[in-house]
Structures are given as C-alpha cells and as structure tokens.
Design a protein around this ligand. Structure first.
Ligand code: SIN
Length: 325
C-alpha cells in the first residue's frame, strides 16, 4: 500500500491527480481538524522569526493520531534565517555531510557552501549543488549500522535546539532536548523513500520536522507498509511533529515541486519591524538575522532555494536523565 502511494505521487508523466492530498490552506478538507493552543504569557516573548503563538494554525489528521501539523508559523525573515543556516553554516566541518571523498576534495567536504560560492566552473557548480543531499548535526546518524554513538557526536547548534524546545513548550509536549538532526536537501524532482526513525534511545520524545523552500508531498502511513498512507502538502515554513502513536510510523517524500507562492520572499509591511535584532535571550545569530532582510545578502541563497527544498528533522536521542549512550 505504502509503495503504491509512493509510486503514484512520484510519477513524472502523466502528472498525478493531487485531489486526495491534504491541503492545509483549504481548511474544509476532509480528515483535518484544527485545534487551538492554550497560550499563556510566556509565549509573548516569541523566538524571533516566528509569528505570535496565538496566530498559529495547528491541525491534527483524524486518522493519524499523534501527528501535528502547523501551517507556516515562520515570518519570511525567519524562513530565510533557517534556510541560510542550513545552506551556509550547517554543512560545515565538524558536521557530517553526504559528499563522497572519491568525488569531492576535502575542502569541499569541510565547507561546501564556501567552495560552491567560489567555484567558477558552471558544470562543477551544478555537480556540487545536486550532490549535497544531507548534513547531520549533534549525534551523527550512522546510516549503515543505523545507530548513534558517543564517538560520532558534535555540539548541537544552540539556535536550533531553542527552536525545537520552543515548539515543544508551545504545543505542551513537555521538556525537550534536541540532540540530533538531519538536514535534507531536495533539488526539485528528488525523493526520499519510505522509512521509520527508530534509532533513538528515547522513542517517546517527539520528532520535529521543519520544511523550507519548495513544496513537497509528504506521505505518513502506519507502523507497517501495509497501511495506506495519508498524503499532505508541505510548504515552506510548515512544521510537522511526529509524536505519540505517529512517532514510529512510515513516512516518505515522493515528490518535490515548485511552490505556487514564495512566502520567504514576501515581506509584507507587518513584518518590516522584525529587522530589529533579537534580544540576548535567544541564541540566534543576530547579524545573520538582520542580514536576511537585505536582498543583496539573500541573493545567492534565493538562487539556491529557487529549485530546492530543505527539511530539518530534529530528534531527542537520550532518555530523560540519561547522560550518554
Ligand atoms: C525525513 O523523514 O528524514 C525527512 C522528511 C521530509 O523531508 O519532510
């Protein structure tokens, strides 16, 4: 069942019928239930780059218990901030990237964006762009053994840890410690096959998934591949939380396609005031946050995102009170 849906939405030609894909811009869609958040005063101090918590549109999918969907709670500047972190900063040593030593020099592997920016050969640049598919942060997932280990671990970025903790608090999901992340880069036309995420010691803690850039179709099924998955559109800024029953469910990305609207480039006057720097309470890179409102600074990143989607997938690895693996 899962494979059939994957094949259906992956098809290049004829273009599949998207009428069964849950669309959170159409709140009357069957199978979606909006729910309100119990907002208390703590969330008046919102993390820069996020819209106020009272304005978030949160949904459940009726037959996927435990799955939470938030329709783009990020401001345009917030989206740009996280995209820039994913493109410029995260794929840098000591973080681990997928680039093969056989195909790329150590300097490309150590600082991919810098090498990409300084590359003058058009074909090499293209090759470098499409080759970048993932980077891992914190505990690095070993794709062969499917395990984490203390030997394969670096400091987790504190801004991303704060972002995940903020969502966990706002959604009343309890204390959260972001300890591992996979940043996936999807040039349009690429896919991610069905899988479950079960390598973490703590399988109770939710998984936070932040999507930016171009649009994806996301499949979320059951705990076996026999169950027919639900398909949903994931657009820039959308947040999916896989909690409780949905934490160990099969999921996949069968399609990445051009977005109808580039919300990350849409700076309405209401957000102009945002260019005020974040206060010290947050670990965001203040200079970067301000720069993201500047079109000249943003220009190379705009080009990158023009045909790509980025997903940040955050996990807690250790159980509460556990100090190491
Ligand atoms: C993942 O499951 O690792 C990524 C999901 C996504 O790209 O939305």
């Amino acid at each position: 069942m899962f494979k059939d849906s994957f094949k259906f939405y992956k098809a290049k030609w004829p273009i599949p019928d998207f009428s069964d894909v849950l669309d959170f811009d159409n709140c009357t869609a069957k199978g979606i239930k909006e729910f309100g958040l119990d907002v208390d005063s703590i969330y008046e101090d919102v993390l820069p780059g996020l819209k106020p918590v009272y304005s978030w549109k949160c949904y459940e999918i009726v037959d996927r218990p435990g799955l939470i969907f938030i329709r783009n709670p990020f401001t345009p500047q917030g989206q740009r901030y996280w995209m820039t972190r994913c493109i410029r900063d995260y794929p840098k040593s000591p973080n681990v990237v997928n680039l093969s030593k056989k195909l790329f020099s150590q300097s490309v592997i150590d600082d991919w964006w810098n090498s990409f920016q300084n590359c003058s050969d058009k074909d090499d640049k293209r090759r470098m762009k499409v080759a970048m598919r993932w980077t891992t942060l914190g505990y690095h997932h070993d794709w062969d053994s499917k395990h984490y280990s203390e030997k394969m671990k670096n400091k987790f970025p504190s801004d991303l840890a704060q972002l995940s903790e903020f969502f966990s608090k706002a959604l009343h999901l309890g204390k959260y410690s972001a300890e591992a992340a996979i940043v996936n880069y999807y040039p349009i036309g690429t896919t991610l096959a069905g899988h479950t995420d079960h390598s973490e010691a703590d399988l109770e803690a939710p998984l936070f998934s932040f999507s930016f850039g171009q649009t994806a179709i996301f499949l979320i099924g059951g705990t076996t591949k026999e169950e027919k998955p639900a398909a949903l559109f994931l657009r820039s800024g959308d947040v999916v939380v896989m909690a409780k029953e949905s934490r160990l469910c099969y999921h996949a990305v069968p399609r990445v396609m051009k977005a109808n609207l580039e919300s990350w480039n849409d700076f309405p006057s209401v957000y102009k005031c945002e260019i005020e720097p974040p206060t010290n309470d947050w670990d965001l890179d203040t200079q970067l946050f301000e720069n993201c409102a500047d079109e000249n600074f943003w220009s190379p990143f705009r080009q990158f995102v023009n045909d790509s989607r980025i997903n940040i997938n955050v996990r807690q690895v250790l159980r509460e009170g556990q100090l190491s693996l």
